[in-house]
Design a protein around this ligand. Structure first.
Ligand SMILES: CC(C)(COP(=O)(O)OP(=O)(O)OC[C@H]1O[C@@H](n2cnc3c(N)ncnc32)[C@H](O)[C@@H]1OP(=O)(O)O)[C@@H](O)C(=O)NCCC(=O)NCCS
Length: 225
């Protein structure tokens, strides 16, 4: 997904709820899904996903203590160049954004750190969480010094499992600049398919750029596993 601030394409991400842990979020979402009869009464994946870690990463909901590292990642030129709004964020703007995202029921941000020494790795975004239609928009940013080491792929695989199998979502989408070819390659490797493009949607590098829309369905993710 295209990172940025504000309503949709921000540094922050969407999730299955607004509570401070994956476990609590899963409980709330499970309650909703039970009411809508989308999943059986017991979902083994919800239990598995309470272990919020991958091979190399620990993943938690973003907290106030993470804000400065998130801000520095956002403000890095190599991140900002892919944002819809490539404006540097001040500490005060960051604080206001954190309050907004903390209260959001449709957006969530998660922080990945290295298991071995707690080094900040990056942010995973969930936005436009739509439980009625069982869909959400996702995205991730990784700190420059840890890129091309499979970190984003590891985060995505964790969250695709969490959202499709744990939360029972049916569809995940993302948006990215057409010129962000590295990210598009990764999304295709994960199974996302290009579904469309918005012509000349983003002004970047002194010209209007295409915005690529991609999507992945639960059944497609199951087939890949
Ligand atoms: C895009 C981004 C999240 C990828 O994170 P990452 O941890 O480096 O990605 P991975 O290491 O998991 O990459 C997996 C594969 O995707 C492709 N890929 C990722 N980044 C690439 C790049 N810059 N150039 C070419 N291919 C790239 C490669 O095929 C890579 O596998 P390989 O390294 O074995 O060749 C990271 O570069 C980033 O934060 N960029 C700035 C912000 C951004 O663009 N966010 C996404 C907006 S839509």
């Amino acid at each position: 997904m295209l990172p940025g601030r504000g309503l949709s394409l921000g540094r922050a991400m969407v999730g299955c709820g607004t509570q401070p842990t994956l476990t609590i979020q899963s409980k709330n979402l499970k309650k909703y899904l039970l009411n809508t009869k989308l999943i059986p009464t017991e979902s083994p994946m919800l239990k598995n996903l309470q272990m919020n870690s991958t091979d190399r990463l620990i993943i938690n909901v973003m907290e106030a203590v993470d804000l400065e590292e998130v801000r520095i990642l956002h403000n890095d030129d190599s991140t900002l160049e892919w944002l819809t709004d490539p404006t540097h964020v001040s500490p005060l703007m960051q604080e206001q954004w954190y309050q907004e995202i903390s209260l959001s029921s449709t957006s969530q941000r998660y922080i990945a750190r290295l298991k071995k020494d707690q080094t900040f790795v990056g942010v995973f975004r969930i936005d436009r969480m739509d439980l009625r239609n069982s869909s959400a928009i996702v995205g991730a940013d990784v700190v420059p010094e840890l890129r091309r080491q499979g970190m984003a792929t590891e985060m995505f695989k964790y969250f695709l499992d969490y959202l499709f199998k744990g939360c029972g979502l049916n569809r995940l989408g993302l948006e990215t600049l057409a010129i962000n070819t590295g990210a598009i390659k990764m999304y295709k490797q994960l199974g996302f398919k290009q579904e469309g493009q918005l012509r000349k949607a983003i002004f970047r590098k002194n010209m209007f750029q295409e915005l690529i829309l991609m999507g992945l369905l639960r059944e497609e993710w199951s087939d890949i596993q």
